[in-house]
Write a protein of this length. Structure first.
Length: 255
């Protein structure tokens, strides 16, 4: 079965700290996605440091993933991605619509990845409180894990941080905007995972819907920064300027 892969170049997101950086959006998946069909999604910038991102159906798990992904490519070496999930909902209600930082080898539906999965949890559109956990798929097209609940309870807004050092990825969260951090480890769920990538990776924010293609996941994500010596531009806060705003309006109309 075929799957859909749609890539849109959204332009240069620049700040006074960097010369510029190309962000792209991929709609990965289709009828044969996990919890599909995945029927696409949208990304809409809000203010100068984030966006609202959606996905109808699909899942970020084993098999062929289905998700909307806003990302940068060509990242090498160690880095830190930090961001705040202001709100995350599912319509209709679902347990496993997930949003968060994704590090992947590429944007194919069977890619190996590390995903910091945050569920709606305390929102009324969540069937139960699944919290947050690190999900890893080590082999192309293979299974993903761990299953079941993560760290809970969550209460919006939640600030997340994912740090890569070599093959080690470590996640933490904060309920006061990054002033104090705490581990997401809980029971048999760890706050770190390891994965060997080959060369450069893509890094960004991904979301899936779930519920056999019926649920649309929506999240408002702000304060996004990606920092590291191997990140194009070095330190890359999301910021929209001038021409990009026009380009983004055209892009949104296509989603």
């Amino acid at each position: 079965m075929r799957y859909l892969l749609s890539i849109v170049l959204v332009g240069i997101l620049a700040s006074s700290a960097i010369a510029g950086l190309d962000w792209q959006v991929a709609k990965i998946g289709g009828a044969d996605s996990e919890q599909g069909p995945y029927e696409g999604g949208t990304v809409k910038f809000i203010g100068d440091d984030g966006f609202t991102i959606t996905a109808k159906g699909g899942d970020i798990w084993g098999g062929k993933i289905g998700c909307t992904l806003a990302y940068i490519k060509g990242v090498v070496g160690d880095f830190t991605i930090q961001y705040t999930v202001e709100e995350h909902t599912g319509d209709p209600a679902a347990t496993w619509t997930k949003v968060g930082a994704m590090v992947a080898q590429d944007i194919e539906a069977d890619t190996p990845y590390v995903f910091l999965a945050s569920m709606p949890s305390n929102d009324e559109t969540a069937l139960n409180d699944k919290g947050v956990k690190l999900v890893t798929r080590a082999e192309r097209g293979g299974g993903a894990g761990p299953g079941s609940n993560g760290w809970a309870p969550l209460k919006w807004p939640v600030t997340y941080k994912l740090v890569r050092k070599g093959e080690l990825f470590t996640a933490s969260l904060s309920f006061n905007g990054g002033t104090a951090w705490q581990s997401i480890a809980k029971g048999d769920k760890k706050d770190s995972t390891t994965l060997t990538f080959k060369g450069a990776v893509i890094v960004g924010i991904a979301i899936n819907g779930h519920n056999g293609g019926k649920t649309t996941g929506t999240a408002r994500v702000t304060g996004i920064t990606i920092e590291g010596s191997g990140v194009p531009g070095g330190a890359t806060p999301v910021e929209v300027h001038g021409k990009l705003a026009t380009m983004w309006g055209s892009f949104k109309a296509e989603l």
